[in-house]
Design a protein around this ligand. Sequence first.
Ligand code: ATP
Length: 565
Amino acid sequence: MDFQKLADLYEELENTSSGNAMREILSKFFKEVPPEDIAMVAYLTLGQIDSEYEGLVLGMAEKSVLKAISTAGGIEQSKVKTIMEKEGDVGLTAEIVLKKKPQTLVPLGKLTVPELFEKLHKITKLTGSGSQEAKTNTLASMLQKSSAKGARYIARITLGTLRMGVGDMTVLDSLAIAFTDDKKNKEILEKAYNICPDVGVIAETLAKKGIKGIEKIDISVGRPIKMMLAQRVKELKDIKEKIPGEMAVEGKYDGERVQAHKSKGKITLFSRRLDNITAQFPDVVKYLEKNIEAKDFVVEGEIIAVDEEGRPLHFQKLMQRKRKTDIEEYVKKVPVQVKLFDLLYYNSRSFLHEPYSKRTEKLQKIVKKNQHIMTADRLDTDDLSELNKFFKEMLHEKYEGVIVKGMDSEYQAGTRGWNWIKWKKEYVKEMIDTFDLVVVGAFYGKGKRKGTYGALLCAGYNEKDDTFETVCKLGTGLTDEALAELPEKFEKYKLEKKPARLTIKKEMEPDVWLSPHFVVEVLAAEITESPYHSLGLALRFPRFIRFREKKPEQATTTKEIKEMR
Ligand code: ATP
């Protein structure tokens, strides 16, 4: 497929400010894409060059991209820099420069989608001395073969700033519309996506094999599975209503969720966001290698920071392990423990549809337990007072609370259902729980906060409609230091107009729109009705706790907020 077609599509999407219109445009387009190109088109439309969990990085700074633009356009770098300073966007800069391209520079043929894709992948593989120049030249060669409009998007894809408001769910919905007539099929697609969160694979399977092919998608060890999540209840007794039979009550640990895959002798660790975090935890890899004997497996657990005696430390301590350098030093400085709580695959066999009792029975059998790696603390009971006693024990151990699990429940990938219910110490103190909200805009500060932002506009995620709905304006809890960092932090995510998938009331329109990217944890005192927020509800006395490493689609859902009221 000619890349020009994709550039035309991107321009149309860029000018669209409604999610529904976006889906319509995309589905029409998908119908015309040759099946062998559809995975590439799906990734590129998300501004990616592969599935996110592959973690590929192009490693090009703005300066190198501007250099490539100057080479491709045949004009001096200083002039390109001046245009960039005026436009503030590398895409528009590329477009302007290439429009001015001297006639003597003959176009070098047409850029196709596979060629663009292949060259972008080539850029990720270039390392070492001379690699920056080689990357710049490769990019310049693509720009030379594209139109000025195409250059706008190639430059943005390279710098990771192609933000058209399209998310994974938008692509899935559009694929469902394009390739199946039945609405029911959307559910099948979502189910497959939860086990295989790779839009490229889903798009290609659907285009080549239809919905039957999608139904056959199963675990592939080494490819992350979307994690099963826990619901919350207001009162302890509500747990019994949701899980009437025997309950498995496990300790709830305050660390980092991990999904570990072993395949062909290699262990890969995935975070809750499904990022590859193997390099950060060589110690965890070693513990898993040594203490689970198996050809292949997928297990889940929580990594927690511990002191010398193996007692749990606060989550903040573990965050020191989020680093790219001095890893071995920090393995010693911040030792960790792994508490395993689930098994999804073992020796060529999927356990996804097995009940919890069977999955954990197998897990118990295959893990050699020691002070570094163990299974979650657990009590099996059908009695609420027993549950409460165990909960208090867990608090005494400095854990966060408990997670109650249905004994017969299967692993529902990517689902926050009633088979897992969390019960935390905050609930008992009658405090309302925290919310993870998406920042979709910001208001300029006044007085002491002049020069930065004074408040953030926050939204919950409406899973059903794939939209974001505003629920609070957040100003409290941000320290002066945190505030001072905001302008720089937000710069790359500023948008000229409302993000396409955001619904908002006129009264709440912010000074600056932000592309949904940042997720903040917010504590609130109450949920009240509100005519000003598009959710119809507002959080009262919201307080900033911290930025969270979550994707916007992993934020607290609007349904959850409604249910908590
Ligand atoms: P979520 O991950 O559900 O979106 P969150 O990150 O805000 O939400 P909580 O809602 O407080 O966290 O709790 C769920 C998380 O608790 C899980 O994702 C997991 O990381 C952690 N956890 C700790 N202990 C367990 C356990 N025994 N079983 C399942 N999850 C556990």
